[in-house]
Write a protein that binds this ligand. Structure first.
Ligand code: MF3
Ligand code: CO
Ligand code: CO
Length: 282
């Protein structure tokens, strides 16, 4: 649906900016993607709880615990604070969070048999529903000390997220602007960017428009305007960018690097404002 100005309303600054780019063939948001004040407040509160869930994980994660114990922490903390873990039963996902160790790119499934070991790098990805609103974030945790190679990967993946955030320090940038900056930084460090999975609009639903690809050309992808809420969540591989499924995973959720190299990811939920992005969950 093309952007239009509702009858009887004076075009705002935002309307004219959006119309300008639409006329030049760019992908612009629909009205639904621009949150109302009430929606922003709801997503903000979901973000506060989601960040607190990750803080709780950070406080308790340790060598020797199982990833199922992480899942229990996430479930108990979320539910006892009035929230719902969005992953649970989402399109057949069987747990309350994703726990992705080493060569697991994302959507790792918590398990009683999977014990955290010294040197593991693990992504814990939590999404919380509060009063119907969603926030989504993930962090990397290093169990004890790891190899310099894996530590560097974790650090560069963080830098990639922060570079994406920096590109969004003003509105009316394109998703391709941040994707380009992120992939440049990954490649400069000898790493690759996963192409099969991307960030996304979030807030009213779990996964919405726009697709936030972490690679691409400047000026491509959707225009990011004030009031949009979305994630940036680059998945950075030490080896090749190709991913595959796990043959032993009946849910078909787990995503692995095809070459077995380690992968790292950090994710925040952002609100675009007139002055650039604000972090709603981290
Ligand atoms: N939280 C993930 C994301 O960043 C999605 C996980 S879907 C699940 O988009 F079902 F695996 F939880
Ligand atoms: Co997530
Ligand atoms: Co996400």
């Amino acid at each position: 649906m093309r952007w239009f100005i509702p009858e009887g309303l004076e075009p705002t600054e935002m309307d004219s900016r959006i119309l300008y780019w639409q006329e030049r063939g760019k992908l612009v948001p629909t009205r639904e993607l621009i949150r109302t004040k009430e929606q922003i407040e709801g997503i903000r509160l979901a973000g506060v709880l989601n960040t607190a869930v990750l803080d709780c994980v950070q406080e308790h994660i340790h060598e020797g615990m199982s990833t199922l114990e992480i899942d229990r922490l996430v479930y108990d903390y979320t539910v006892s604070h009035g929230g719902i873990p969005a992953p649970l039963h989402y399109e057949g996902f069987p747990a309350s969070c994703c726990t992705s160790i080493d060569d697991v790119v994302c959507h790792g499934i918590p398990s009683a048999e999977e014990i955290l070991e010294e040197g593991d790098i693990i992504n814990v990805d939590c999404t919380t529903i509060l009063n119907g609103y969603y926030a989504d974030a993930s962090r990397m945790f290093v169990i004890g000390h790891t190899t310099p190679e894996k530590q560097h990967l974790v650090d560069v993946a963080w830098e990639c997220l922060k570079i994406g955030e920096k590109v969004c320090s003003q509105p009316y940038v394109f998703v391709g602007d941040l994707g380009n900056a992120i992939s440049n930084h990954a490649h400069k460090n000898g790493y690759t960017v996963v192409r099969d999975l991307c960030g996304h609009g979030v807030g009213v639903h779990f996964h919405e428009e726009p697709d936030v690809e972490h690679y691409g050309r400047p000026g491509t992808g959707m225009l990011l305007v004030p009031g949009m809420t979305f994630t940036i969540e680059p998945m950075i591989n030490a080896g090749d960018w190709m991913v595959c499924g796990d043959e032993e995973d009946p849910t078909e959720w787990i995503v692995l690097t095809e070459d077995g190299s380690p992968s790292a990811q950090w994710e925040h939920t952002f609100l675009m404002t007139e002055n650039g992005v604000e972090i709603l969950s981290h």
